[in-house]
Design a protein around this ligand. Structure first.
Ligand code: FES
Length: 253
């Protein structure tokens, strides 16, 4: 019997973000995953038809089956198996879990070669980067609850410097800080990742942010973040930034 590939749970969305009888694409690093909800359940598949590699987004669904919008190939979303003769190769599927708080997570493969440490390490690095990327997408949407749901219960967030908002926050305190800052802005604080360096569960990242405050000023900062990832979530964040700019724009908004 072959060894099972290691997986990590990756939070994708809230159930409320996926209305019944819809499907929606989520980018996980370099992979496009299609989350599908029908009366038969919630399914996750790689968003790539094996017939001619078209996107499956928007494909008609019936029960467990998804139809490719391009030529109509049919796939079982639970097993990936094809039905009919058009496509011969199954699509990739991911096991879906929905917790008591309606968070949708998927089993994300960490390694296809458990006997090769090099492969395992590289895959873990990719997974860590994907988790941070997804976290920043949620952060940049301004959805505070969804962002916080992707942090571990004992997560901490440290902000550099001696500003009024500098210091170490636990999860609840950071959620309050973020909500307070967003209240002074006209929209979300969009964070654009620039360069990643990752090793195991640690990701170092240069990034740039942009938003506007309600008093008409641009907040456009540069950062060096350090993230520590655990169990598919963010456990530790260290945020180094231009504190003079942050203090001038955010602490006087
Ligand atoms: S590309 Fe999907 S059926 Fe042809």
């Amino acid at each position: 019997m072959g060894a099972l590939a290691a997986v990590t749970r990756l939070r994708i969305a809230k159930l409320s973000e996926l209305p019944p009888d819809t499907n929606r694409v989520f980018k996980l690093g370099g992979t496009s995953v299609l989350l599908c909800r029908t009366e038969a359940g919630v399914f996750a598949v790689e968003n790539r038809c094996t017939h001619q590699l078209a996107s499956l987004e928007g494909g008609r669904m019936r029960g467990r089956h998804l139809f490719c919008p391009k030529h109509g190939a049919r796939f079982d979303m639970g097993t990936g198996a094809t039905a009919g003769t058009l496509a011969k190769t199954p699509i990739k599927t991911y096991r879906v879990h929905i917790d008591a708080d309606d968070n949708i997570t998927i089993d994300w493969p960490q390694s296809s070669s458990p006997h090769s440490d090099g492969v395992t390490d590289m895959t873990q690095v990719q997974t860590s980067k994907q988790i941070v990327t997804r976290f920043l997408e949620l952060f940049s949407s301004g959805a505070v609850d969804e962002t916080m749901a992707m942090m571990t219960d004992d997560a901490t967030w440290w902000v550099a410097g001696t500003m009024p908002i500098s210091g170490t926050y636990d999860k609840a305190a950071f959620a309050k800080l973020l909500s307070g800052v967003l209240d002074t802005c006209t929209g979300p604080i969009r964070i654009t990742p620039r360069t990643f360096i990752a090793e195991g569960d640690r990701v170092a990242l240069e990034a740039e942010s942009f938003t506007q405050t309600r008093n008409g000023r641009n907040y456009n900062n540069l950062y060096h973040f350090v993230f520590v990832v655990r169990d598919g979530k963010i456990a530790i964040v260290k945020e180094y930034l231009d504190t003079m700019h942050a203090n001038a724009i955010l602490c006087s908004a």
